[in-house]
Design a protein around this ligand. Structure first.
Ligand SMILES: Nc1ncnc2c1ncn2[C@@H]1O[C@H](COP(=O)(O)OP(=O)(O)OP(=O)(O)O)[C@@H](O)[C@H]1O
Ligand SMILES: O=C(O)C1=C[C@@H](O)[C@@H](O)[C@H](O)C1
Ligand SMILES: [Mg+2]
Length: 167
């Protein structure tokens, strides 16, 4: 058993939104690792970051992704930073991995008013988002088997393209 597709990309790329809609279009289940971690721990992600620290969150995330890749058969949406883990990148080999691409400007717009993303809080969000993309872009590209641009495209349009690409 293997997921139909795994969605990756930075905050605001649409992993949760597109994931939900793509799953509906394909009539499969959606499994969002961020939501699953919150369910399993009974804490929100900002609470985990604040109380336990990012390394603890990354460990929970790595294990959640490991299990999802074994157990899920629908669409799996990963947290934005999940691909930072070497083990996770290794485990993604052989899967259908969709990179939802987004520009820094558009990513900032989509995440702007929202404070539920601990990594973008505090300091200058623009600089933080840029730094994050500089570090992650090569990793997203490396593990992706399909890339889709999301700038200036409605979720419906992105989903439509993905349905075509996934066959
Ligand atoms: N193609 C799109 N066009 C316009 N807005 C979008 C698009 N995709 C998502 N959005 C909007 O952008 C915001 C962020 O999307 P979403 O939460 O799905 O991103 P995410 O990749 O799951 O982010 P995170 O990594 O923080 O979980 C939401 O308000 C969503 O409605
Ligand atoms: O980009 C990131 O590192 C994160 C993205 C979110 O999906 C969450 O997994 C968390 O807020 C960390
Ligand atoms: Mg999300």
């Amino acid at each position: 058993m293997t997921p139909r597709a795994v969605l990756i990309g930075p905050p605001g790329a649409g992993k949760s939104t597109i994931g939900r809609r793509l799953a509906r279009a394909l009539d499969v289940e959606i499994f969002d690792t961020d939501a699953a971690i919150e369910r399993e721990t009974g804490k929100t992600i900002p609470e985990i970051f604040a109380q336990d620290g990012e390394p603890e969150f990354r460990a929970l995330e790595e294990d959640m992704v490991r299990r999802a890749l074994i157990e899920q058969t629908g669409i799996v949406s990963l947290g934005g930073g999940a691909i930072l883990s070497d083990a996770t990148r290794d485990r993604l080999v052989g899967h259908t991995v969709v990179y939802l691409e987004i520009s820094v400007a558009e990513g900032l717009k989509r995440t702007g008013a929202n404070t539920s993303r601990p990594l973008l809080n505090g300091g200058d969000p623009r600089q933080k988002y840029r730094d994050l993309m500089r570090r992650r872009r090569p990793l997203y590209r490396k593990v992706a088997t399909i890339r889709v641009r999301t700038d200036g495209r409605s979720p419906a349009r992105v989903v439509q393209q993905l349905v075509t690409k996934l066959g």
